[in-house]
Each structure stands twice: as structure tokens, then as C-alpha cells.
Design a protein around this ligand. Sequence first.
Ligand code: PHE
Length: 344
Amino acid sequence: MENKINEIRTLALAEIEEATDLKTLEVVKNKYLSRNSEFNNLKKGMKDLTPEQRPVIGALLNKVSAELEKLVNDKNEIFYKKELDERLLKEKIDVTLDGDFVPTGHIHPLTQTVNEIVEIFNHLGFSLIEPQYSPEVEVEKYNFDLLNFPAEHPAKDMQDTFYCEGASNVILRSQTSNSQVRQMLNSKPPIKVISPGRVYRNESVSARKNNLFHQIEGLYVDKNVTMAQLKGVLNEFVRLYFGSSRPTRFRSSYFPFTEPSVEIDVQCIMCQGKGCSVCSGTGWLEILGAGMVDPNVLKGVNIDADVYSGFAFGMGVERLTMLKYAIDDIRLFFNNDTRFLKQF
Ligand code: PHE
């Protein structure tokens, strides 16, 4: 028995010595130290020994198995470290290399313009309207009647406005001015809001017109609001949006809900006022409509026109974006062609 143990020990020592990596070491370990190993079988044979032999052989078996185990574990640790070092070296990451390009989306040019204009008016004391006062699906009353449109006004024609089939007075709003009415019906002056949103008109689509576009409406109602304030606010807006060197002019105009009404032009950004095809030779480009809120409108929303006055203005977001970036076709905003959109 003693000889057998020493024989196995010699073989095991040689094989441990020969093992060159974790894998071969694992094989040796299983062969000599697992439960089914020859060595372990010898332990089971102890019961057949004489009482005198038993402690001697037992001690020898323990000594040898402890010796082999220590050798295997020590080598295991060395191989593990070595293989880890090799792997770390091989799988090294160069953090200075360029990464893969991951394209990200960005904000649509119209939204950029809306954000910019809203920010300018925030700066001038106007707050963003609450969305429930500015619905896109509207009834005629708020889009036309309470804005002092006469019953037979041509804008109410189905050729100009989208009507809902089956509910004759339900429309897609043709202007953001519906939000003026709803704001005034639901709050008391002073009112100073800005209201951006989509509007719809039943027109044939061309480079200049789309049947969906965006407007921004502004409304200021308080005691002693004057035309001079309207001029001051809108001139300041033009200065901040187009830059300080861009002259403006106020032309008298007509809207049913404002009296007096004006249209505001900026000097043509293409020809600097000399006259070109973009400004039809006039040297001026119309950018917005405005006026003093008509007393009839104030009456309709229960605001005392003898105490309060106000001004309102409305502008087209597509038009302002086209003028700023010299874009010649409104349809570009709606085609979702990334070659166009990426430029903003
Ligand atoms: N709603 C008018 C339009 O669509 C613009 C406007 C708004 C004019 C407010 C005056 C005051 O043309």
C-alpha cells in the first residue's frame, strides 16, 4: 500500500510539473485528486487494513494529498495570473480611436423658429398660452363670429376653410386668432399671451402656399394699451429676429377683428430694398398683420371696451423661416427630406 501511494505520488508530481496551462492542470487535478481518482480509492481501502497499519497509512495518504493539492493550487494561481495578463494585453481598448458615427435627429426648422420667436416675446413679457385655449379643431363661433367676421365673409366659404362633414359648424381653424377669443373669455385683463400653432386653409398647394401651415398670435389687453406700444413691441421683435439693421414700415390694412389694422413689412432681405423678384420689385416684404382689438370683439367676450383696450398680431412661421434662410419653396418643410432638414 505504501508503495502504491508513493508510485501515484511520483506520477502525479511529474504530471503536475509537465502541465503548461490551466487546462492541462485541470486534467491532472481531476486524475489524481477527484472523488473517483485512484488515490481516493486507496482511502476507501483503509478499512481492510490492520489496526496497526491504519494510522500510518492514513497519515501518509493525508500528507501526500495535501502536498499534491498545494502544488496544484500554487500552479493554478500562477497560470491564472499569466493567462489573465495575456488576455488583458490582447483585448486592450484604445480609447483615443474614433467612435462609430451614430446619427441623431434634431429640431425641425419650423419648431426652431417657433421656439426663437416665443423666446423673444417671453423676453417682452408675453407668456405662452395654455394649450386648451388654442385648439386646431374649432367651431365657427371662435374662429369667425366672435372675431367680428360678418356672416357672409368670403373666408367662411368652403373654398377657403375646411369644414367637417356632418357637423356643419365644425372646422379646422384658419387662423390662430381663435385663441384670442378663448383666452379673453376665460381670463381677466391684464392679458399678455403668445400663441403658436397649426392652421389650415383649403387652397391649392404651390411653392408659396400649403394647406397646413403655422402661425403665431400675440395678444395684449389692459388699461391704456396704445398703438404706440404695438409699434414699439413689433419693432423690437423685428430687431431681435432679423437684426438691428433691417428697416420696417407699417401700412394700414384691414382685419375684421382689429381697428385700426396694419401690416408690417421689412426691407427685402434679398435686394436690400432695391427691388427684385422675391419682393415683386417693391423692396419690401410683408411679415405680419396686427391692429388694435376691435371694441366689438371685446364686447363679445365681456370685456368693458370703455375701460380696456388691446392689440393683437399674427405672423406666419413658414414665411418668417423662408425669409430668414432664403428658402424658396414652402413644401420643403413638409416633405421630410433629410438633405433639406439636416442644414438647420
Ligand atoms: N389672423 C390674421 C391672419 O391670419 C393675422 C392677424 C392676427 C392680424 C392678429 C391681426 C391681428 O391673417
